[in-house]
Design a binder for this molecule. Structure first.
Ligand SMILES: O=C(O)CCC(=O)C(=O)O
Length: 262
């Protein structure tokens, strides 16, 4: 599959694009079933609801093993990490050949999977999950440039009440000052100049098999899950081959998977 010139221009302008009905329902259900097994058994490495929200910048930038559940009594998994290695089903989706030409287009480069970041089954559990504040994923990632894109796969329906992603179109191209972010580098919701930007937010319901591609600098957030059913999604990040992880940081501590050019 290839994006049309209009779709590619839209991705470059908005910083994201939704590919409807990209993966068939059977493949989604198979991934979901396997994810559920890993979630039920809490197979490491995992990040818990508490761990997800409480880590500081230094920790997220440099610590490579942040399975955070060991000291918690009541574990709510927020994400299963390192999914590339967990199961052939997960690996197969990350190496899917139908999406490759699209990723080559948006990166304008050969596609490389970075297993250091967003190599996850991401959950929003009912009752316990928290909202995710406005942020750019790139804030904790250390690369020579910003040419990284995340691939979000909805394994079931995602909508405002269970925490579908919201985006600020074009924010990947905006220039921000450090003062517009708080000490964890979330985009402040109380600054007047930010409120105007946040007012331009958009979101769209997703259905099983829909894929969202979004740029590593795009501001995004999500509600907590206020329904009584878990929301489970798959997210991984790719970069252009010319984009290099900075040595000595977490970004360089995990294998990169160079995907054949198609
Ligand atoms: O599901 C969510 O809350 C969004 C997660 C997210 O944006 C992230 O972890 O970078």
């Amino acid at each position: 599959m290839q994006l049309t010139a209009e779709q590619l221009a839209q991705f470059n302008k908005d910083g994201f694009i939704v590919l409807r009905n990209f993966l068939d329902a059977k493949s989604c259900d198979n991934i979901l079933r396997m994810a559920q097994i890993h979630l039920d058994a809490k197979i490491e490495p995992i990040e818990t609801e508490i761990g997800y929200d409480s880590r500081d910048k230094e920790y997220r930038t440099s610590v490579t093993d942040y399975s955070s559940h060991a000291k918690e009594e009541h574990i709510i998994v927020r994400r299963l990490r390192q999914v590339y290695k967990r199961d052939a089903l997960f690996k197969a989706w990350m190496e899917n050949r139908k999406i490759r030409p699209v990723l080559q287009q948006v990166l304008d480069d050969q596609v490389v999977i970075t297993t250091a970041h967003h190599n996850s089954i991401m959950t929003k559990m009912p009752f316990y999950s928290t909202a995710t504040a406005w942020h750019q994923d790139r804030r904790y990632w250390r690369y020579s440039d910003d040419n990284l894109v995340s691939v979000w796969l909805a394994l079931d329906d995602e909508y405002s009440e269970n925490g579908v992603l919201e985006f600020i179109p074009g924010s990947h191209r905006m220039k921000f000052s450090a003062e517009q972010f708080d000490d964890k580098e979330y985009f402040s919701q109380i600054k007047e100049e930010n409120k105007k930007i946040i007012a331009t937010k958009v979101s769209t319901d997703l259905h099983k098999g829909d894929v969202v591609l979004f740029h590593s600098l795009l501001l995004h957030r999500a509600n907590k899950n206020s329904t009584d059913k878990p929301k489970i999604s798959f997210v991984y990040t790719v970069k252009g081959a010319k984009t290099k992880a900075i040595k000595g940081t977490r970004s360089a501590e995990f294998p990169e998977i160079i995907l054949e050019k198609l």
